[in-house]
Design a protein around this ligand. Structure first.
Ligand code: GNR
Ligand code: NI
Length: 173
């Protein structure tokens, strides 16, 4: 199961909307397996397909502690309920390395999705799982957690990421 390269902001693909999956075949399952391995290696608790350069509505999540791995594969996830009650978590993003911020989101959410075997499922989430699902579904719509910050904070983060990208670029310009 090969790992895939994670795309770092700023990159225009991270701002694009991902497309629904028509049917869950072995190629999709291979992608899910690769994404999970990439996420564990990073390490992270969630990963959206767009972060490895594919505009597909696919997410992998595992909020468990290292030992008891409990992967969640979400295909075409749709948030059908968001609670009025909000909660705040410090968020990070594998596409925004080294930057973290407290973000307020609905505390609970309910989703419809398709699982690894192509079966329709329903899930009620709260706590960090609810936050993570919303963070990942945002990716599928071209949105990043820094979009919730003030323009000033967001611009500073993007500038730092861009500077770092330029310094570490391997190609000769
Ligand atoms: O690894 C991750 N941690 C995290 C922490 C708080 C809220 C969301 C996340 S998701 C993030 C991995 C990632 O970038 N997923 O898109
Ligand atoms: Ni992210």
């Amino acid at each position: 199961m090969p790992k895939r390269e994670i795309i770092i902001e700023p990159d225009p693909i991270l701002r694009k909307k991902s497309d629904d999956i028509e049917n869950v075949n072995d190629q999709i399952r291979k992608l899910l397996d690769d994404m999970l391995e990439t996420m564990y290696a990073a390490p992270g608790i969630g990963l959206a397909a767009v972060q490895v350069g594919l505009l597909k509505r696919i997410i992998v999540i595992d909020i468990s502690k290292e030992e008891k791995k409990n992967p969640l594969f979400l295909i075409n996830p749709k948030i059908i309920f968001k609670s009025k009650k909000m909660s705040i978590y410090e968020e990070g993003c594998l596409s925004i390395p080294g930057h973290f911020a407290e973000i307020e989101r609905p505390a609970e959410c309910h989703i419809d999705y398709i699982d690894y075997n192509g079966k329709k499922k329903f899930l009620k989430a709260n706590g960090i799982l609810s936050t993570c699902i919303q963070h990942e579904v945002d990716h599928l719509d071209g949105k990043l957690f820094i979009d919730y910050l003030s323009k000033l904070k967001k611009d500073i983060i993007i500038k730092k990421l861009l500077k770092h990208k330029k310094e570490t670029k391997k190609v000769i310009l």
